[in-house]
Design a protein around this ligand. Structure first.
Ligand SMILES: Cc1cc2nc3c(=O)[nH]c(=O)nc-3n(C[C@H](O)[C@H](O)[C@H](O)COP(=O)(O)OP(=O)(O)OC[C@H]3O[C@@H](n4cnc5c(N)ncnc54)[C@H](O)[C@@H]3O)c2cc1C
Length: 312
């Protein structure tokens, strides 16, 4: 019997790779037309734009090995260790850890990790004890997605599993806007302080290294929550807020918005994954005290190892 992994974001793919490496038969199911989850890269105006995660950081040696391999093969590169803080009409540089970017978009890195895995496009409706996924028997099930999405799939009789998924996620709207030319002062990314609409702006041209005049702005969770029902209505407000923060007089030539209903976990956990006696496991960025790409990867690997050990 097969282990079924639901979710082909980086955590699900990391779990599946680990189990397959240990000799277990694994199938990965994802509802998306493409895989990657919140490491999302979309083609807009003929080029790839990162509309989910903006970058990744590296601190764990195991993830550093993965990142170095991506770098050796030209898939990812250290992008910048200096972002700015935008506020009161000023951009003040602020140095921090090295942030990594991918020329083909962050999604391309998940695709790379998924190479050789059996990944199928399917929206999963339900997991019932026994164990089965939409009527298909499974040796074990991994739900690699935000808590609120995983909760929807669990049969009410899986009460221990439901109780473990207690982390609410907050929403974000991501605006992609393109100008005729970059008239703003050069910066890689800027944390926007004290703004009710925006929390972050990235220069996607510098991130992607083609210097296209494209910015990606993330909303505050509060602004996103107000516009989840009609994100299109937020485009003009977000575009104007970007121009206001960066002092851009010209309107954008194009602007689109992506809604992330479950962008980030709001809680913090010490545990790096969850695995119960029904052989249903959870992994993802919420299983961490620092929710981010690296944590999601490490969570998937940890759950994959635990299941491989349990199932022999
Ligand atoms: C706007 C935004 C900005 C971010 N910025 C950063 C950043 O700068 N740096 C950083 O490190 N992290 C950032 N993150 C967080 C980072 O993207 C996540 O930590 C990481 O991608 C989570 O991976 P995951 O595998 O846990 O979950 P996900 O990537 O969410 O994967 C879950 C997968 O499950 C699938 N799925 C859900 N329900 C079903 C179903 N019923 N059936 C089948 N499939 C299903 C989804 O399609 C998805 O592919 C950001 C996230 C967002 C949204």
């Amino acid at each position: 019997m097969t282990v079924i992994v639901v979710g082909a974001g980086i955590s699900g793919v990391a779990a599946a790779r680990t189990m397959r490496g240990a000799g277990l038969p694994v199938v990965v199911l994802d509802r998306g037309r493409v895989i990657g989850g919140r490491m999302a890269s979309r083609r807009t105006d003929g080029r790839v734009v990162d509309t989910g995660a903006s970058y990744f950081t590296v601190s764990d040696p195991a993830f550093a090995e993965v990142a170095d391999d991506w770098q050796d093969r030209g898939l990812a590169r250290p992008w910048t260790d200096t972002f700015s803080v935008a506020g009161d009409g000023e951009l003040s540089p602020k140095s921090g850890p090295m942030r990594w970017a991918a020329r083909g978009g962050l999604r391309s890195l998940v695709e790379d990790l998924a190479e050789g895995l059996d990944v199928r496009q399917r929206t999963v409706e339900g997991v019932t004890p026994g164990l089965d996924v939409d009527g298909e028997a499974a040796e074990a099930v991994v739900l690699a997605m935000p808590d609120p999405q995983a909760r929807r799939l669990l049969d009410p009789s899986l009460s221990g599993e439901l109780a473990a998924l207690d982390d609410p996620f907050e929403p974000v709207l991501a605006l992609t806007a393109r100008w005729a030319e970059a008239s703003w002062r050069g910066f890689d990314g800027a944390f926007v302080s004290g703004n009710p609409i925006l929390s972050w702006i990235a220069d996607d041209g510098r991130r992607r290294d083609d210097f296209a005049p494209v910015l990606v702005a993330h909303s505050t969770p509060e602004f996103a929550a107000e516009h989840l029902g009609d994100p299109e209505a937020a485009v003009a407000m977000m575009e104007l807020a970007v121009r206001d923060v960066l002092g851009i007089s010209a309107p954008a030539e194009s602007a689109t918005v992506h809604r992330w209903s479950f962008a980030r976990p709001t809680g913090r956990r010490e545990q790096t994954f969850w695995l119960g006696e029904n052989r249903v496991g959870f992994c993802g960025d919420a299983w961490s005290d620092k929710p981010r790409v690296e944590a999601a990867y490490l969570s998937g690997v940890a759950l994959g190892r635990a299941l491989a050990q349990q199932l022999g």
